[in-house]
Design a protein around this ligand. Structure first.
Ligand code: WTA
Length: 650
């Protein structure tokens, strides 16, 4: 195909200006300051990042250069030395934050714990000693496979403290996934728990590790935190209880300083094909990216209780549960379990219970709340909230408005933050109190970020036309490479237009320069010669009152090139019928135009999603095309969804 441009069909035109009340207290506060700082950040990046690195980080040894850039390899803050854990914990101790809550923990069964910065420091120090006593050294890899409990953060920070590289494996992954990741990075150690609570049941983490470990020759020890008290098998000489190890460990630990580019972690992210990619992030640049975005995008104040619902197994959990907020000395809420345990109002109950003021979640969760019904929200006050965030997928305007009205009570700004595992930190986002927002748009670039929507020749497409989204300048928290696979790193991200970072998403810029992500380029649909992003068709469907969620895919069609098949789940009170199918086709026709009317509407009980909540359109496309799913399903969240989908068809 030669024409790679994308036809954009969205007609969203609502706009929400920041309130004077929010603006007056905001960390940034005026559009002029945003413009000035942004322009400095892209026109004189060395000067800008020099200043920010000194403002947001504590250095043991000052850096001598800001950036050495030889595309696609970056070295940020060369010559400088710091310790990431010291930046997240120790440096708050000499301040009024010492006895402030660093982590407020809520377990799924309702148990809570508050850990102050002083206490967090003691725990990180003790665990750093434990890691050293187990022979973990600078540059060694440790896998962390834990529930959402404070010890997961302690384990990450303790690795950082001694210069070891952590790789967190999401607690919902199977033993196969553990094995692949541990072997790819040759981890010496696995840190896990007996189990974690999820929907009232114990997820048996330790037994998954046991199954994996028969095929992981590099692992020497397994540290097990006791969370649920469920029975586990401990292999003598290899498996050790966390509480036994820390019992004798000193509560102070002298942290070494490490070079800026010291690897901090590897995080595996699934590619559309083949084995997962081990995205490598390093110390100073990554920490700066997460620290500065946490400050401006979440407008953090000493009095905030900040809650990001992401699991620490994802980049959002790394950057916005652990490194970003803690380096800012914030109070972070951590919740272990499911949003509907025991009832679908658990999140709202937690917000009231702990007076959460900043809430950051994903569109997939928001759509689930919408489906469960407004009554669960209305039972709670939510008066403590002042700012809302969204991440992970394009948020469809319908879900944005629901979030704004029901959760934010029309009072809280919404930051729709676009970024990726690879970018390390938020790249495109409104700044609350500053940027007028439009439902469904992640708006404008953060400092130092230069997003461009380009055609296949590298030319910028006209306003409102769709194209591929590139980042054209290096940024501090960018991935440095893929672990053990620099060739794949170059091919995957830097080959589309040599020297520019291609993120894999399609997008358009509107007349105000606002970005609208229209979906993954691999998912773009070709309908009657128009290339249309999945997000726009799905948004149109979700704006129908009966629809909870929708996924649009293309099926090869001799006549049209591709015919459009949509999978739809319905809200509680609605039932599937031929009339509703027709009504939905008509609705899309009205919202977008007849070119986008689906050829087939299929009702489903659930859509296949990755464990981080992204719809797996690839599987639906296979199903729509061949009636079968043979492709890789290892990242699928719920296998029952697939058999239900097949039955629906029969
Ligand atoms: C998608 C999550 C639209 C996008 C931090 C990106 C989004 C991929 C947004 C990265 C958003 C994330 N609007 N799309 N606000 N946020 N995405 O690596 O396709 O899990 O490329 O990182 O999610 O997913 P990842």
């Amino acid at each position: 195909m030669t024409d790679q441009t994308i036809t954009s069909v969205s007609r969203e035109s609502r706009i929400f200006k920041p309130s004077a009340e929010f603006k007056n207290q905001a960390n940034l506060g005026s559009f002029e300051s945003y413009r000035r700082l942004y322009s400095e950040s892209v026109n004189a990046p060395d000067k800008f990042w020099d200043k920010q690195a000194k403002k947001f980080l504590s250095w043991r040894k000052p850096f001598s250069s800001v950036l050495k850039w030889k595309a696609p390899h970056a070295k940020w803050f060369s010559g400088g030395q710091l310790n990431v854990a010291e930046n997240c914990v120790d440096r708050h101790l000499g301040t009024a934050r010492a006895n402030k809550a660093a982590i407020i923990f809520e377990g799924e069964p309702g148990d809570t714990r508050t850990i102050t910065y002083k206490q967090l420091h003691r725990e990180v120090c003790q665990f750093a000693h434990v890691l050293e006593s187990l022979g973990l050294k600078k540059g060694d890899r440790a896998a962390i496979y834990m529930p959402m409990i404070p010890e997961a953060a302690v384990a990450m920070l303790a690795c950082a403290r001694i210069g070891a590289i952590h790789t967190v494996i999401f607690g919902g992954f199977s033993s196969e996934a553990i094995k692949d990741r541990v072997n790819d990075c040759q981890a010496k150690l696995i840190i896990t728990a007996d189990g974690g609570w999820r929907r009232g049941k114990v997820i048996e983490l330790k037994s998954n590790v046991d199954r994996a470990i028969t095929g992981t020759p590099t692992v020497q020890s397994v540290v097990v935190f006791k969370r649920t008290g469920s029975p586990v098998t401990m292999t003598p000489g290899r498996d050790l209880w966390w509480h036994d190890l820390v019992a004798g460990a000193s509560t102070t630990h002298k942290a070494k300083a490490f070079e800026s580019e010291t690897p901090l972690f590897i995080l595996y992210t699934s590619g559309s094909t083949g084995k997962p990619k081990g995205v490598l992030h390093t110390s100073a640049g990554y920490l700066l990216g997460t620290a500065i975005t946490s400050h401006y995008v979440f407008d953090l104040k000493e009095t905030d209780v900040y809650w990001c619902t992401a699991d620490i197994g994802w980049i959002t959990g790394h950057s916005y549960v652990v490194y970003g907020p803690l380096s800012n000395g914030a109070t972070v809420l951590m919740y272990e379990g499911a949003p509907n345990q025991p009832e679908p109002d658990r999140f709202w109950q937690i917000i009231d219970k702990h007076s959460v003021s900043i809430f950051y979640t994903a569109p997939t969760a928001i759509r689930a709340f919408m489906r469960w019904g407004d009554e669960y929200v209305k039972k709670h006050s939510l008066a403590s909230l002042r700012l809302l965030g969204s991440v992970g997928e394009p948020i469809n305007p319908e879900a944005w408005m629901w979030y704004h009205n029901l959760i934010g009570k029309k009072r809280c700004p919404i930051v729709d933050t676009w970024w990726q595992t690879e970018t390390g930190a938020i790249m495109v986002t409104p700044i609350p109190g500053v940027t007028p927002t439009k439902p469904g748009s992640c708006t404008l670039p953060f400092f130092g970020v230069v997003p461009k929507v380009l055609d296949e020749h590298g030319n910028e497409v006209p306003k409102n036309a769709g194209g591929k989204l590139f980042l054209t300048q290096p940024w501090p928290s960018m991935l440095r490479t893929l672990w053990n696979d620099d060739d794949r790193f170059k091919k995957q991200y830097w080959n589309e237009i040599p020297g520019l970072y291609f993120c894999g998403d399609g997008a358009r810029k509107d007349k105000d320069g606002y970005l609208w992500v229209v979906g993954r380029i691999d998912d773009v649909l070709n309908v009657s010669g128009h290339r249309i992003g999945t997000a726009e068709i799905e948004s149109a469907l979700v704006s129908h009152p009966a629809v909870a969620e929708a996924a649009a895919v293309g099926r090869p069609d001799e006549l049209k090139g591709q015919s459009l098949v949509v999978f739809v789940t319905l809200k509680g009170t609605h039932t599937a019928s031929e009339e509703l199918k027709e009504a939905l086709r008509a609705h899309v026709g009205k919202e977008i135009g007849s070119l986008a009317k689906p050829d087939q509407v299929r009702f489903a009980a659930g859509l296949p999603k990755t464990r981080s909540g992204k719809i797996m359109r690839r599987l639906l496309k296979e199903l729509a095309t061949s009636g079968e799913i043979k492709g890789d399903t290892s990242t699928l969240e719920d296998f029952a969804v697939i058999s239900a989908l097949k039955q629906d068809e029969e």
